[in-house]
Design a protein around this ligand. Structure first.
Ligand SMILES: O=C[C@H](O)[C@H](O)[C@H](O)COP(=O)(O)O
Length: 236
């Protein structure tokens, strides 16, 4: 790896670490906390676990993926389910892209967006952590929107997307033959689609039969943007 890319990847790691630490400090004693998924959320769960162990912080977590559940167990964060606690105090999660103006997001780079949206949207406060490289001028130009799709419907969903002038592709697995299968047993279709009106497209994509959930997130309360030296807060 060239020297400059080594430096920039360590800057990104520093920014993620800083933002995850700041997010963990938003959690107060007694809170029910939605635990996001992804590499930034993993750092947050790690830091929250440290606070639980060292500061005797008393919280209950609700994980958004198999991975966040495993990490929370490893770090000693007690877990509860949505059945027991339908009201979450705060949900803290990462994102793949953040639109500078609307603060809408694309999530689901790790295929976890369905459970994330259920949990993030029902929290009293939904906080997102990103490093500054994820802030974009035009949402969805570089990152496709992931759709979680029932396996039986993948071909009809592909056809519906093509009718909408979108560019869909099935997400294929790296170390397994065939498609990526989500924690819920479904497939992922990644689609480049016009995102001039993210709220409308979020609803429109979910109206296609067989689509379980899409990775456009339009209801966000606060975004913590990390750079190696500081954290900036964006809110509507
Ligand atoms: O499915 C994955 C999630 O939506 C992640 O929150 C998102 O992909 C960001 O992950 P990372 O913090 O690893 O960039």
């Amino acid at each position: 790896m060239a020297k400059s890319s080594l430096k920039s990847s360590s800057n990104v790691e520093n920014a993620k670490f800083r933002v995850a630490k700041e997010a963990a400090n938003l959690v107060k004693d007694g809170m029910i906390v939605g635990l996001g998924s992804g590499t930034t959320a993993n750092l947050f769960i790690d830091e929250l676990g440290r606070r639980v162990a060292e500061e005797e912080l008393s919280v209950f977590g609700i994980p958004t993926s198999f991975e966040s559940r495993m990490l929370a167990i490893q770090y000693g964060i007690p877990l509860v389910s949505l059945d027991e606690y339908g009201e979450i105090d705060i949900a803290i999660d990462g994102a793949d892209e953040v639109d500078k103006k609307s603060l809408c997001l694309i999530k689901g780079g790790g295929g976890c967006h369905t459970l994330e949206k259920i949990i993030d949207y029902c929290a009293k406060e939904f906080v997102v952590m990103v490093d500054e490289n994820k802030i974009v001028d035009s949402l969805g130009d570089k990152t496709p929107v992931p759709l979680e799709v029932l396996p039986i419907a993948y071909s009809t969903v592909l056809n519906e997307l093509l009718k909408r002038n979108a560019a869909p592709s099935i997400r294929m697995a790296d170390r397994k033959m065939g498609p990526v299968i989500t924690d819920n047993g479904n497939m992922i279709i990644d689609v480049f689609i016009d995102l001039k009106n993210p709220e409308e497209t979020e609803k429109e994509l979910n109206s296609i039969p067989g689509v379980v959930e899409n990775g456009i997130f339009t209801k966000v309360d606060k975004i913590l943007v990390g750079s190696p030296k500081k954290v900036k807060i964006l809110s509507k």
